[in-house]
Design a binder for this molecule. Structure first.
Ligand code: UGA
Length: 422
């Protein structure tokens, strides 16, 4: 928002994060973000605070972008953080305001938040929903040049035209650049986001299901995906078979979608998402089995090198990371596991302190009985067999992301195994 020329205050309840951000340091890895942060701090358009009162005094448009993680022990989304924002902010508002939600929420949340905010605010307040579609690793580009903008407004409210006007003004530069703008009701906006992520998850699990059949027949899923991709109705993107999806969004969003649809009496409509989830989770155990097989049937006492811990490249996010999950399962099977990741070591250590962590690929692969590539960082796809040959105990590699050139590895005498590539 500051980069688009607005005067912005960012609020967070964590004083540590606020201090870092105020110093121009991002509390997570996101390519290009630190430069944008610093540029706007220096220009005086951006500051950070823990004070809601300061935010309420400063602005009439309040973006709400807190997390909606999976509830412990159930599929539904935890709306605790979203409610806390509205409950804290609304009573402090000083002039007619709009709260623009960006968090991924179950359909029906925005309408309920409108009621909640109005019951607490001393002034007029509206709630609109403007779902966020950015991808980690491409956050800056996806924000400054999104594929589309979706704005859901409460059409029963007289002020809905005013809300639309406020948001259009904020995004004037993007609208001028002809980013498609779709005005909807609140429920549609909420559902667009959840459906988009459910579709992406389904696409990944579809190709992974086909990959299982490829394994059973000796067909090659990577060539198959290329061939499918030439059909414009299908498209090649998100057809990379491998270890499957993880992260803070896709897994919990399909589960929250199932939970919400069930509450609405439409659970049967999205029952297929349970299979999407199953196919995805099966990838992780499959890679563990492949590692055991590579080590002669048992992981007990084996040395296993795991390259990659982040849920995808260009991120240090390890939430529901397939790579880290596999590393943990292999360790539970009695192997000594050493993990290396270019950015995610610190986060990994925090949630899996018992794994060994190396500071380089070569260190992770020392005396390895098998090397697993589980996140397709450039640093790993660029590896050549000769880089690892001096240190490994056996020339065996499992390519969990089908990202290595298998001919090169096989020609160098390695036992190579991919997923759905025989
Ligand atoms: C996802 C969506 O792509 C964004 O549009 C959305 O805004 C975001 O969630 C969100 O809800 O906030 P993100 O979680 O950053 O973005 O990651 P993706 O790029 O979607 O990747 C998700 C997972 O799928 C990763 O683990 C990745 O390795 C895996 N994946 C992706 C595959 O296994 N195969 C593919 O072909 C593509």
């Amino acid at each position: 928002m500051a980069e688009l020329g607005h005067d912005v205050i960012g609020v967070d309840v964590d004083p540590g994060k606020v201090a870092k951000l105020s110093d121009g340091v991002t509390p997570f890895y996101e390519p290009g973000l630190e430069a944008v942060l610093r540029r706007n701090l220096d220009a005086g358009r951006l500051k950070f605070t823990t004070s809601y009162a300061e935010a309420a005094a400063h602005a009439e448009v309040h973006f709400l972008g807190v997390g909606t993680p999976q509830k412990k022990g159930e599929y539904a989304a935890d709306l605790g953080y979203v409610h806390a924002v509205v409950d804290t902010l609304a009573p402090l508002l000083e002039r007619p305001s709009v709260i623009v939600g960006k968090s991924t929420v179950p359909v029906g949340t925005a309408a309920a938040l409108g009621e909640r905010a109005r019951a607490l605010a001393p002034v007029d307040v509206e709630v609109a929903w403007n779902p966020e579609f950015l991808r980690e690793g491409f956050a800056v580009k996806d924000t400054l040049r999104p594929d589309r903008l979706v704005l859901g407004v409460d059409r029963q409210r007289d002020a809905s035209a005013w809300v639309e006007q406020q948001v259009r003004e904020l995004y004037a530069d993007l609208l001028h650049a002809e980013v498609p703008f779709l005005l909807t009701d609140l429920a549609t906006a909420e559902l667009v986001k959840v459906s988009a992520n459910a579709f992406l998850a389904t696409k990944i699990s579809f190709i992974n299901a086909v990959s299982e059949v490829c394994d059973a027949t000796g067909a090659d899923v990577t060539v198959l995906a290329d061939a499918l991709g030439y059909d414009e109705r299908i498209g090649r993107r998100f057809l990379n078979a491998g270890l499957g999806f993880g992260g803070g969004c896709l897994p919990k969003d399909i589960r929250a979608f199932m939970a919400r649809a069930g509450e609405l009496g439409a659970g049967h409509a999205v029952a297929f998402l349970r299979e999407v989830d199953n196919i995805n989770m099966r990838r992780r155990s499959k890679v563990v089995d492949m590692a055991a097989q590579a080590c002669g049937g048992s992981l007990l006492g084996a040395n296993v090198a795991v390259l990659g811990a982040a849920f995808k490249p260009e991120s240090d996010d390890v939430r529901d990371s397939p790579a880290l999950n596999v590393a943990g399962m292999i360790q539970l099977n009695g192997a000594v596991v050493t993990v290396y990741d270019p950015k995610a070591l610190e986060n990994s250590r925090r949630i899996f302190p018992t794994l060994n962590y190396a500071t380089s690929v070569v260190e992770a692969c020392e005396r390895a009985d098998v090397v697993l590539v589980l996140t397709e960082w450039d640093e790993f796809t660029a590896l050549r067999p000769v880089d690892l040959e001096p240190v490994v105990r056996a020339k065996r590699v499992i390519d969990g992301r089908n990202c290595l050139d298998r001919d090169v590895w096989r020609q160098a005498g390695w036992v190579y195994a991919g997923l759905g590539t025989s």
